[in-house]
Design a binder for this molecule. Structure first.
Ligand code: URA
Length: 193
């Protein structure tokens, strides 16, 4: 299935309760031929209103920090574990994640990225498990790439702190930026080009 077909399926999805309270679905946005896919947790208020991922305060910080290290957000594909906003921005439940992650799995298959960046523990844990990698704790995993062999190719997982964690504690900005610099190095390495 291609990304537009997946987007349509998400648009029509009623597989969990979140469809009842959403304004818009937030399927993901960016370069359909991206080498890098960035996965957050769930849309917040502004994302729900605009139908686009990472356009609120955390998103602005992400966009700014990406460009600070020399990465244009339009060059990557950005999405989330769940595609509809959980009320009051609570964590998605297991049931909601289970209903929604088949869309993410299909997006990963369609894009076939070289690098998967996870933002925060929710997506970090999901992706580590999907690719049979260990997961310790967010602060320990931040900025440490893991090589993964799939049946068809090799890819790199890069867990990074969620930008909301940096908003809550600005002291974390240094380790957030340094993880993004690691991403730039991966993008520039021969493996990725
Ligand atoms: N936080 C997320 O995890 N995803 C978004 O799209 C916005 C905020």
């Amino acid at each position: 299935m291609n990304l537009n077909e997946i987007k349509n399926q998400i648009f029509n999805c009623t597989k969990c309760e979140l469809h009842k309270t959403r304004t818009n679905t937030v399927p993901g946005k960016g370069n359909y031929n991206a080498k890098v896919i960035v996965i957050g947790e769930a849309p917040g208020r502004f994302e729900d209103l605009q139908g686009e991922p990472f356009v609120g305060r955390g998103g602005n910080l992400l966009t700014k920090c990406l460009s600070e290290v020399g990465i244009n957000r339009e060059d990557v594909f950005i999405t989330n574990i769940v595609k509809c906003r959980p009320p009051e921005n609570r964590r998605p439940t297991k049931i909601e994640s289970k209903a929604c992650t088949p869309f993410l799995d299909m997006q990963i298959e369609a894009i076939n990225p070289k690098v998967i960046v996870t933002l925060g523990a929710v997506s970090g844990e999901y992706i580590s498990k999907k690719f049979n990698c260990t997961w310790t704790a967010m602060l320990k995993e931040n900025g440490k790439p893991k090589k993964v062999n799939t049946l068809t190719n090799q890819l790199i997982l890069l867990p990074i702190l969620h930008p909301a964690a940096v908003l809550r504690d600005p002291n974390k900005k240094g380790i957030f930026i340094s993880a993004l610099k690691t991403l730039l190095t991966l993008i520039q390495s021969e493996n990725i080009n």
